[in-house]
Design a binder for this molecule. Structure first.
Ligand code: 5AD
Ligand code: SF4
Length: 440
């Protein structure tokens, strides 16, 4: 019994709340990796943890609100358990800096996305209360990540963004573009393959402008040679920087999957100009045509913003027309959310929330019909899926994804996760497909 108490005292635990994008999900894996080295283990319940980290997102106001409401819920526990440490990380920490302490004095320390390494000083008490400096060394210091999946892994290839799209907070929170040396990425991917990982997703705000000792198509070629890795994906691509060389790489490299996430944002060239996207709708369409010509069967997904300042009914109709013309496999659509400090937030002609919502509903309705129709067209086709494990909603079923990144549910079979199997698609639904295993 006494030994048990000693053990509990030795092992500290951490609970991380993660908000927002894949970049943040992977940053949380890095935080866990660093903290594991510092002797922390993961708590299943925030109230049992010695350290709570909020890894925040500021891309839209909704994500910010969610964070502040969770932070407020933790306040009473700090009173009950004053030893508990509370940290705010991620984009809100970077943007708000010390203001966070004014809003929530019970927060102990804050650090931005470029300063995750400061967690290394936690046990020795060297961690400063505020760490939001620009960190040019971020590409050199490889932090250990504690990944939970075992089959699919995220790998950061570049940090930051130089684009300054007029609505976007990211360049302010994640700093300028910096690419990791290709050798570091290659070593990480080889190590992952050695641990049994089968799929990697290369992460960056704008992977097409990856620029180190080699360019992005060169990086894909290098990683395509790593034995054991079966599939390579990447997010996010910027339409302006999507080159023919990259399209050729997706077409020619066996492990690079036939899926691209290519945020269009709007179907109106006028709005694209004020968004500072650097392409017109016609430019975008040309890229789509080339992708579909060179990579038959490629699935294309996109992001759309509804109700950008000054968006007329006509601009909106251009977006609707674009959705019908392009027929994306899926989209993420958002109401424009003014982000303090961005150009778009300062623009004069903001739309009423009601209009933004109406346009968003219309966009989603049009796309839902297209997504379902496209998924139905897959009925009767044979697809290769990478088995990921049990379905979240039905333990009698397994799920996996096609190379085109569509989720397929199949009846439970005695095959290990991480295996590539062929399935016949029996049903196409809006959000997923159903199938059954078939011979190669
Ligand atoms: N308002 C609404 N959506 C936004 N996005 C980025 N900034 C904003 C904003 N201020 C969307 C874009 C981007 C995706 C990650 O989030 O569509 O591609
Ligand atoms: Fe934001 Fe534009 Fe950079 Fe994407 S490319 S992160 S939307 S500034």
């Amino acid at each position: 019994m006494i030994i048990h108490v000693k053990f509990l005292k030795m092992v500290k635990t951490v609970y991380i709340y993660t908000f927002g994008c894949q970049m943040n999900v992977h940053d949380s894996e890095k935080m866990l990796g660093v903290l594991q080295k510092e002797g922390y283990s993961q708590a299943n319940d925030p109230l049992m943890a010695d350290l709570i980290i909020f890894n925040t997102c500021s891309i839209r106001q909704k994500a910010e609100q969610k964070f502040y409401s969770e932070l407020g819920r933790i306040k009473p526990y700090k009173k009950k358990k004053p030893d508990i440490k509370i940290a705010v990380a991620g984009c809100i920490a970077q943007h708000e800096g010390e203001n966070i302490f004014k809003k929530a004095p019970y927060v102990d320390f804050i650090f931005g996305p470029q300063n995750i390494h400061i967690l290394e000083g936690l046990t020795s008490g060297r961690t400063a209360p505020v760490a939001i400096k620009d960190n040019p060394e971020i590409t050199i210091r490889d932090l250990p990540a504690k990944r939970s999946d075992g089959i699919k892994a995220w790998v950061t290839i570049m940090y930051g963004c130089n684009n300054f799209c007029s609505y976007c907070i990211v360049p302010f929170t994640r700093g300028r573009e910096r690419s990791r040396p290709s050798e570091n990425i290659y070593s990480e991917v080889k190590e992952l393959a050695g641990k049994g990982y089968r799929e990697i997703t290369l992460l960056g705000q704008n992977v097409n402008s990856y620029s180190s000792d080699i360019d992005f198509p060169g990086l894909l070629k290098k990683l395509n040679g790593v034995g054991g890795i079966e599939r390579i994906r990447f997010i996010t691509s910027h339409p302006r920087d999507l080159s023919e060389e990259l399209i050729d790489a997706v077409s020619g490299l066996s492990k690079v999957c036939e899926h691209i996430h290519l945020p269009m944002q709007s179907g109106s060239s006028n709005i694209l100009r004020v968004m500072n996207r650097g392409y017109t709708y016609d430019d975008y369409i040309r890229k789509i045509s080339s992708l579909r010509k060179k990579v038959p069967g490629i699935s294309i997904t996109s992001d759309i913003i509804s109700g950008f300042p000054g968006e007329t009914e006509n601009d909106h109709l251009f977006t609707i027309k674009a959705l019908k013309e392009i027929e994306f496999d899926g989209i993420f659509a958002f109401k424009f959310s003014p982000r303090p400090g961005t150009k778009a937030a300062e623009m004069q002609d903001h739309l009423k929330d009601e209009i933004k919502s109406e346009r968003l509903s219309e966009i989603l309705k049009v796309q839902d019909e297209i997504t379902t129709r496209k998924n139905r067209l897959l009925e009767g086709t044979k697809q290769e899926i990478l088995l990921e494990g049990y379905s979240k909603t039905d333990k009698e079923k397994l799920t996996g994804r096609t190379r085109t990144n569509k989720i397929v549910t199949i009846p439970k079979i005695d095959i290990e996760k991480g295996t590539l199997i062929n399935v016949l698609i029996t049903k196409g639904r809006q959000h997923s497909l159903e199938g059954r295993p078939v011979e190669k």
